[in-house]
Design a protein around this ligand. Structure first.
Ligand SMILES: O=P(O)(O)OC[C@H]1O[C@H](O[C@H]2O[C@H](CO)[C@@H](O)[C@H](O)[C@H]2O)[C@H](O)[C@@H](O)[C@@H]1O
Length: 361
């Protein structure tokens, strides 16, 4: 039993009588008890945080829950599909919404243009996909909006003339010659709202590289303004240990935040800037401040893409398409199941545009 400043303890005396001795505690021992309590409280909080984090890791990396219908069948996802129609099934409706407007295309990279693979350094897109994106960019302003660092995503896509927004939209560069130059001007646009976090991100990268050596299969990837801790190749039994290490490091860096992607923990500056802000920023810098002029189409598969889907939903115009094989909570209006369907969607869009040019010639 303890009181503030005193410890009250029972002691058995030799004559069998019980005496209560009261000792005055020194400031140091008081602090010791209180820090032990805090430690216990912190330990419980840390345990709760770890279990919540492992739950989030599972939730953000769903496994296939039912057999997937064969490619390009129109009837899948049943009731979820009623609320979020298959984008290829209602293609005509989507393009007819662009009447009198220009389409602007926003594409996520991993899981959208390239299939998800075990090694993040080998997430290549196919040549056929590259051609489809290249053709798309010929007719519509096209941006790649990725969690990857901008240079890395450019190395994968290798198409000049596109807009690249890396680090979840925190590193934007648009080339000077853009289609909307008459409205948006033809100056190159570059924007890095998190540049002051660079030293911190590098510091945390070095710490995590060291810590993750103890977790077999874990991989830390630097994306310049963000970090990714991959657990795709980590045994599920080790997930709690991994997230415990990561959260205990992040406790020292309240200026950073942790989010969950597909078998990945994403660490980024806790600033109010995400892929949704990047989408708005790009629309503006493309000269589409007036929403009547443009129909933005955003295609993505990950949690971070939800911020962009929300922007489109809240603006009440624009087309959000989630890439997913399983029903999931999303602010996107439509879905496609995998990168091959994204490619087919892009090809149809290009074909539709070419046909409309021919018809008006
Ligand atoms: O915004 P994105 O372009 O979708 O980038 C999000 C993260 O994608 C990458 O990780 C994911 O893809 C890897 C390769 O297929 C896969 O191994 C990993 O499990 C996925 O989470 C990328 O490596 C991360 O840095 C991005 O943040």
């Amino acid at each position: 039993m303890t009181k503030q400043g005193f410890v009250v303890s029972d002691a058995k005396l030799g004559n069998g009588l019980q005496a209560v001795s009261m000792q005055f505690l020194t400031a140091e021992s008081c602090m010791e008890i209180s820090s032990r309590r805090n430690l216990m409280k912190n330990e419980t909080e840390q345990e709760n945080l770890v279990s919540a984090s492992v739950a989030s890791m599972r939730a953000s990396s769903p496994t296939r829950t039912r057999p997937v219908a064969s490619l390009f069948e129109t009837d899948h996802h049943s009731s979820w599909g009623d609320d979020h129609p298959w984008a290829l099934g209602i293609f005509e409706k989507i393009v007819s919404a662009s009447r009198g407007k220009e389409i602007a295309m926003f594409l996520d990279y991993d899981g959208t243009l390239s299939p998800i693979v075990e090694d993040p350094d080998r997430a290549f897109m196919s040549e056929e996909m590259r051609e489809a994106v290249k053709d798309t960019a010929r007719y519509f302003p096209t941006a790649i909006v990725s969690g990857r660092c901008r240079d890395k995503v450019y190395d994968f896509v290798r198409l000049p003339g596109l807009i690249y927004a890396g680090s979840h939209g925190m590193d934007i560069r648009a080339p000077s010659k853009r289609r909307k130059e008459k409205k948006g001007g033809n100056k190159a646009v570059s924007f890095q709202p998190a540049s002051e976090f660079l030293p911190t991100i590098n510091e945390v990268y070095n710490i995590l590289m060291e810590k993750m050596k103890t977790i077999p299969g874990a991989k830390v990837e630097t994306n310049k303004f963000c970090l990714s801790v991959h657990f795709r190749c980590v045994d599920e039994k080790e997930w709690a240990a991994l997230v415990e290490q990561v959260t205990s490091v992040l406790k020292e860096y309240p200026e950073l935040k942790l989010t969950y992607g597909r078998k990945v923990l994403e660490i980024s500056p806790a600033i109010n800037w995400n892929k949704g802000n990047a989408l708005e920023f790009l629309l503006k810098s493309l000269g589409y401040a007036n929403s009547d002029d443009v129909l933005p189409i955003y295609i993505g598969d990950d949690r971070t893409d939800e911020d962009a889907f929300k922007v489109l939903r809240d603006r009440g115009h624009g087309v959000g398409i989630v890439v997913s094989k399983v029903p999931k909570e999303t602010s996107a209006a439509y879905y496609l199941r995998e990168p091959s369907e994204v490619m087919y969607f892009l090809k149809r869009l290009v074909e539709w545009k070419r046909n409309s040019f021919r018809a008006s010639a």
